[in-house]
Design a protein around this ligand. Structure first.
Ligand code: DQQ
Length: 538
């Protein structure tokens, strides 16, 4: 349907057509980044899941390859579900994935490249003895999925975790193996959190306490913390927590039990699910992929013939300044798409005003913005509203003393459509400030078959820091990173008039008392090359 074709993105990974969900088995091999993903070759809705496959030299430009694995065995007849890659010390690759069997039992299967000399890893072989793991006693047949990348134990074995639940407690089961064929289930779980439900797509990895570079999954010791991430089936968000890993017993303990896995911090406060990291040995970084679904209707997805994107891959490191959160940032390669940039210096945005930013197009942007609130107004205001929350406080049109202020993205000229990405500074009665970072979709589209939520959360702002945001805009996706990636929000939006050449960008300040000064650098973004392999060959 050409009416909806503007929703296709220009530099986000998406298949030519049909449905995509979770990222699978990302890895770097012989000069190529490989990306596999949950894919329905037949329709723009979930079902008939197989593994799509694409390769890239830079995580931005992609060649689509033939399907890597299809549902052709009894042990994956109902779906070739999510899995992860492990690169062995000799450079060989093993892939573990969940199969939904002919009887819809969730089992784990082993696969490997047919030809390790092929840098494109076109052909995959399923191990003849599959499945290698079936649900253990006490675990439901449909509650056993999504094996992680393996890491080395101090004993020299490989270890993986697999998500599950017992009653309503989400858990990660731990298995040790020496050959990826025979496994030993540890008697205790890695970790579990009551009332969180099924843990999908668990992830486990070390982050350096100095925060500078990414670490291979097996790195352990006093210089690291360990991250546990789960995707909660019940509320469709990805939660992580920082903690300490005890190799000997195969357990992990959160730094702060109040911000434990599934009840504390999210990777992203918008749409972002089933994510997975991998260690990029070519650049010494840990890279996070996340599935970005749609927030329009299924009818609209079927009409347009496709559904879902992948977020721009993000590097993840520990935020050594706070010590209590990660920093996520778009991989540096996305900057290669930047066309001519434009600077806007010290723009004054008075309380209650909107300021247009003149650009050559506003549907493909990379925005870096800083904001400073008028100090006198901060001191002056008597407002007390530390209980503020993005989603319950009326969104960007609610006026407080010190906010909201930020940008109106994918807006049209007369502001019949726009998506505010903004800060709200709340002042406590003891004078302390608390900053929130939000995205408000309530006026993002005049269409009525799309969800129009208000997303957001608290963002840590340290003494002396300016408020800062990076925003990637690509037709129907807005990815926003506040304070260097401490709090992130991804939105899918469906404007009807703020498209192509009609899309504009504005600064806004809906505070009642404080003026804001903003400096920005904005680049129009080139489109990425994301094409079928067969076309390449012609
Ligand atoms: N998607 C896969 C499962 C996983 C879920 C099936 C998460 O393996 O638990 O498509 O989105």
């Amino acid at each position: 349907n050409s009416m909806l074709s503007w929703q296709r993105t220009a530099f986000h990974f998406q298949p030519e057509d049909n449905w995509m969900n979770d990222p699978n088995g990302p890895l770097y091999y012989k000069g190529w980044y490989h990306f596999f993903y949950q894919y329905n070759p037949h329709a723009a809705v979930w079902g008939d899941i197989v593994w799509g496959h694409a390769v890239s030299k830079d995580l931005i430009h992609w060649l689509h390859l033939p399907l890597a694995m299809v549902a052709d065995k009894w042990y994956d007849k109902n779906g070739v579900w999510t899995g992860s890659a492990t690169i062995l010390p000799d450079g060989k690759i093993v892939m573990l994935y969940t199969g939904s069997t002919n009887e819809s039992v969730q089992v784990q299967n082993l696969a490997y490249p047919a030809d390790h000399d092929d840098p494109l890893l076109l052909k995959w072989v399923k191990y003849s003895g599959n499945p290698v793991l079936v649900p253990p006693p006490g675990i439901g047949a449909k509650d056993f999925r999504d094996p992680t990348t393996a890491w080395k134990t101090s004993e020299g074995k490989w270890r993986i975790i697999i998500g599950s639940k017992i009653n309503k407690t989400g858990i990660a089961l731990v298995y040790d193996t020496e050959d990826f064929i025979n496994y030993e289930l540890l008697s205790g779980i890695l970790h579990g959190v009551p009332k969180t439900g099924m843990w999908e797509c668990v992830d486990f990895y070390p982050v350096s306490k100095t925060g500078q570079n990414g670490l291979d999954t097996s790195v352990n010791g006093p210089q690291v913390k360990h991250v546990v991430k789960t995707s909660l089936d019940d509320d469709r968000h990805d939660y992580y927590a920082l903690g300490t890993y005890a190799d000997k017993v195969g357990k992990w303990y959160p730094d702060n039990p109040e911000i434990d896995v599934g009840i504390g911090i999210r990777y992203d406060y918008g749409i972002f699910y089933a994510s997975k990291t991998f260690y990029d040995q070519s650049k010494g970084r840990r890279v996070l992929w996340g599935w970005i679904g749609e927030s329009d209707s299924e009818v609209a997805d079927v009409k347009k013939g496709w559904a879902s994107l992948q977020g721009i891959p993000r590097t993840v490191v520990l935020d050594t300044k706070t010590g209590s959160n990660l920093l996520q940032w778009p991989v540096e390669e996305v900057e290669s798409l930047r066309l001519k940039g434009k600077n806007f210096n010290d723009i004054e945005v008075k309380a209650g005003s909107v300021v247009p930013l003149e650009l050559d197009g506003a549907t493909q942007l990379d925005i870096v913005a800083e904001f400073e609130l008028d100090r006198k107004a901060i001191e002056r205001t008597a407002e007390s509203n530390v209980e503020f929350s993005c989603s319950t406080n009326g969104g960007a049109s609610h006026r407080g003393a010190l906010g909201p202020f930020g940008l109106l993205v994918l807006a049209d000229d007369d502001l019949s459509e726009y998506t505010p990405v903004y800060f709200f500074v709340a002042k406590g009665n003891n004078g302390s400030l608390r900053t929130f970072f939000c995205t408000d979709q309530s006026r993002s589209s005049v269409a009525n078959d799309v969800r129009k939520e208000i997303y957001g959360s608290y963002v840590p702002v340290l003494e002396g820091e300016k408020l800062s945001v990076r925003i990637l805009v690509d037709h129907s996706i807005i990815e926003s990173f506040a304070q260097g990636g401490r709090t992130c929000i991804t939105s899918r939006v469906y404007p009807t008039t703020a498209i192509y050449g009609a899309a504009r960008l504005f600064l806004f300040n809906n505070a009642t008392e404080a003026g804001v000064t903003s400096s920005l650098k904005i680049w129009n973004m080139n489109s990425a090359f994301i094409r079928p392999y067969s076309n390449e060959q012609q």
